[in-house]
Design a protein around this ligand. Structure first.
Ligand SMILES: Cc1ncc(COP(=O)(O)O)c(C=O)c1O
Length: 394
């Protein structure tokens, strides 16, 4: 066989998927598993959205369509961001892609040169450093630490900027910590971006899953609309993970560049999904608010319960649907705790190193199972942790 291109060796996988494979294997052996490893909502899209999809497919909306997305959806995204995020956006600044990840990689391909340095948070979504390396660029982490309530340290970011720095990527609310960047942090990042002429990719996929207050996007700040790419999509806010639908909002020149990449790769996102996505954005049944209410109840229940487990410590997340748990005081490694919880307790979570070196003493649990399952997971975690405590003190 011929050689695989070297860029592939620069990429990493996603820890959640590997844990999911093992959890499913245990299930096949008859074990009961509570799945808290994947970032996949346990909800499904609202009925009018599914109806719209069915109607669109039946009406023959199953052909190639506009590479940057159908105009009604681009208009709906612009209107939605105005309504929910107070952002003035034109449809010309919107590009539809099959998933937020695809929108992210198109933006990165359009804006990053080999050798560029790209600032990103550690811990965060593992694809940011992975795809950066895949493009021949250099990922440069800034750290989200518990002492700062996982807010970035602006002085640290400033100190890491060099003449090669091209871009800052971040995600607020952040996967896995649930941190919503403060106004001061956003203003500080914007100041640095303007001062050093940097691109900013603002991954806003969890912007709607916010437990208090209104979302503030960095794009709204002075001088930022011309240098920001917002990445968002339908997977999380509208529970449409498998539909593969996301979008980017960027200056028109960037959208043009991304459009050419679309033409050279996947051609377009499926039209019938785009037609139905207009209905999702309309949200006529109030599905988003209902889901966020449920995530809030789960967060309150699960975080309080985890904080009662000896050796576990969890700061309550302000957004997204993850619990980020410090397990340092158990005296065990995060990998060991994750393995014990899965193999002995049937609770699947992820060791935090999957999200960056800063995550080495943490576990991530997704709040994507119903409250009664979270209660059962807590009972199992307490039971398994009592075993290892007994073993340590023996
Ligand atoms: C921060 C972040 N960005 C992007 C994605 C991927 O979104 P999509 O399913 O739309 O590709 C995820 C999914 O876990 C995520 O956590």
């Amino acid at each position: 066989m011929g050689k695989i291109a070297s860029r592939v060796s620069q990429l990493n996988g996603e820890g959640a998927l590997a844990v999911n494979v093992r959890a499913r294997e245990l299930e096949r052996q008859g074990r009961s598993i509570i799945h808290l490893e994947l970032g996949e909502p346990d909800f499904h899209p609202a009925a009018p959205v599914v109806d719209a999809l069915r109607e669109a497919a039946a009406a023959g909306r199953d052909r190639y369509c506009a590479t940057r997305g159908i105009m009604p959806l681009r208009e709906a995204v612009a209107e939605y961001l105005g309504r929910t995020r107070r952002l003035p956006v034109t449809p010309q600044e919107v590009l539809i892609a099959p998933g937020c990840k695809m929108a992210l990689s198109l933006a990165m391909m359009a804006l990053i040169e080999p050798g560029d340095e790209i600032l990103y948070p550690d811990p965060s979504f593992p694809i940011y450093p992975s795809f950066t390396r895949g493009l021949g660029a250099v990922p440069v982490p800034f750290h989200l630490i518990e002492k700062n309530r996982f807010q970035p340290d602006l002085a640290e970011i400033a100190a890491r900027i060099t003449p090669r720095t091209r871009m800052i990527i971040f995600n607020s609310p952040n996967n896995p910590t649930g941190t919503v960047y403060t106004k001061e942090v956003l203003a500080g990042i914007a100041r640095l971006a303007v001062q050093h002429d940097l691109w900013v990719i603002s991954d806003e996929i969890y912007a709607r899953i916010l437990f208090s207050g209104a979302y503030g996007s960095i794009r709204a700040l002075a001088g930022m609309a011309e240098r920001t790419v917002i990445i968002d999509g339908f997977s999380k806010s509208f529970a449409m993970t498998g539909w593969r639908l996301g979008y980017a909002v960027a200056p028109v020149e960037v959208i043009d560049a991304m459009d050419l990449l679309v033409l050279n790769t996947f051609t377009c996102a499926a039209e019938f999904t785009q037609v139905a996505a207009v209905e999702a954005l309309r949200d006529s049944t109030g599905a988003v608010e209902a889901m966020v209410g449920e995530y809030r109840r789960r967060r309150d229940l699960f975080v309080a319960g985890l904080n009662r487990v000896p050796g576990f410590r969890c700061v309550s997340p302000e957004g997204a649907f993850y619990a980020w748990v410090n397990i340092e005081d158990t005296g065990l490694s995060a990998e060991k705790v994750a393995t014990l919880l899965l193999e002995e307790g049937g609770v699947a979570g992820i060791a935090g190193a999957a999200f960056g070196a800063e995550g080495a003493k943490y576990l991530r649990f997704s709040l994507v199972s119903a409250s009664h399952l979270l209660e059962e997971a807590l009972a199992r975690i307490e039971r398994v942790s009592a075993h290892w405590r007994a073993a340590v003190t023996r």
